[in-house]
Design a protein around this ligand. Structure first.
Ligand code: PLP
Length: 387
């Protein structure tokens, strides 16, 4: 049986009746755009994040874009973020009209390295956009300190960190605003696209509430030029069901990650680390190896659906040729992209699955140190022919 990266089928089999009931409720009410299901989800998710407001939008990308636009970021501004992230982080900055400025990450946590921020700040800098990559909280305190020194906003990309904690605080409640994605494979995922902005800022919340709905709070009155990016009511109903399981699922992810680490410890793999004062929610379980491509090939042959997050950094994407600034070399980002490997991770993996993946990884590692060709292997294992 192949082991998928994320097993959504199993999750949906288990929640089938609850999700069906929730969707039926929306259909019975003919309440498809915003309305009570979205409002209730927004209240529940804000409470979950320990924040004042949640505004449901169409995607994580839109959540990031709207949060920044609502805070006045636009043309001529610079936003500093990590070079090692999903392309949406930088695309959202571009969509506001601002320029993404990429800095390297900390080699231990893969998150934005606060020690590299000062060198990237210019008079045009408006905000810092840390990403809680792979579900591990970015080091928010030093980031906030530097932001305060330079009078900058801090906006969290929490799209991979639903439920994670930094020094006791939920990711998403730490910066001025945070963006979440409910893409199906995220720790809290819908059955389609969805996203949310979370914030304690009343006026920002009001702005985004209008902006996501054509800029109107009163029908046919448009105070701002908004967009159409509303969290779908059917998706809100699905998310309300799944939110009830999120903490339990994150606990399972953490347990599976610790089992992976036990099984893979002592090999020459570099395993994920977790800072003492954080709760990592293992959206992804990312390891590192110098011979990553051959290890991945081996795993794919064994039916293990491992993947790479991310194979090509943003500044090397065609779309960003001149579209972003890289003020200092991002050496870790540029080298680690050839070494990172995400092993299957989701709360519906069993301990047996993790053992089997770890077993395949360890076998793969022994093959890597073995000779590559048949000819080589012959000369290693047989004595020279006489003569
Ligand atoms: C998923 C993700 C996004 C974008 O979310 P969408 O809902 O797909 O638009 C943004 N940033 C990060 C770090 C992500 O992982």
């Amino acid at each position: 049986m192949p082991i998928p990266l994320v097993n959504l089928q199993q999750q949906h089999d288990e929640l089938y009746d609850e999700v069906r009931d929730a969707i039926d409720r929306v259909i019975d009410r003919n309440d498809f755009i915003l309305g009570s299901e979205v409002e209730t989800f927004e209240e529940e998710f804000a409470a979950y994040c320990e924040a004042k407001h949640c505004i449901g939008v169409g995607s994580g990308l839109d959540a990031l874009t709207l949060a920044m636009r609502g805070l006045g970021i636009g043309q001529g501004d610079e936003v500093v973020t990590t070079a090692n992230t999903f392309v949406a982080t930088a695309l959202a900055i571009k969509q506001t009209g601002a320029t993404p400025v990429l800095v390297d990450h900390d080699p231990g946590t893969y998150n934005l390295d606060p020690r590299r921020l000062s060198a990237a700040i210019t008079p045009r800098t408006k905000a810092i956009l840390p990403v809680h990559l792979y579900g591990h909280p970015a080091d928010m305190d030093p980031i906030q300190t530097i932001a305060n020194e330079h009078d900058l906003l801090v906006i969290e990309d929490a799209c991979q960190a639903h439920g994670a904690r930094y020094k006791g605080r939920r990711c998403g409640s730490i910066g001025r605003a945070a963006a979440f994605s409910f893409y199906p494979g995220k720790n809290l995922g819908a059955m389609g696209d969805g996203g949310a902005v979370v914030t304690d800022d009343d006026s920002l919340a009001a702005w985004i509430r209008a902006a996501r709905n054509y800029g109107s709070t009163v029908k046919h009155r448009h105070a701002i030029r908004g967009i159409n990016s509303r969290l779908d009511s059917v998706q809100a109903a699905v998310l309300r069901v799944k939110l009830r399981y999120l903490d339990e699922w994150n606990e399972t992810r953490r347990w599976l990650a610790s089992e992976y680490c036990k099984l893979l410890g002592g090999s020459d793999l570099i395993l994920p680390t977790e800072r003492d004062d954080t709760e990592h929610v293992y959206h992804l379980f990312v390891i590192r190896h110098l011979d990553r491509d051959r290890l991945l090939e081996h795993l794919v042959r064994r039916g293990v659906k491992a993947a790479i997050h991310y194979p090509l950094p943003i500044h090397r994407q065609v779309a960003f040729g001149r579209g972003c600034l890289v003020p200092r070399p991002v050496t870790y980002t540029d080298t680690f992209c050839d070494q990172l490997l995400s092993l299957p991770m989701c709360p519906y993996l069993t301990l047996g699955d993790v053992e089997s993946v770890a077993h395949d990884v360890l076998i793969g590692l022994t093959r890597l140190s073995a000779p590559r060709t048949l000819e080589d292997s012959v000369s290693f294992s047989e004595s020279p022919l006489p003569g």
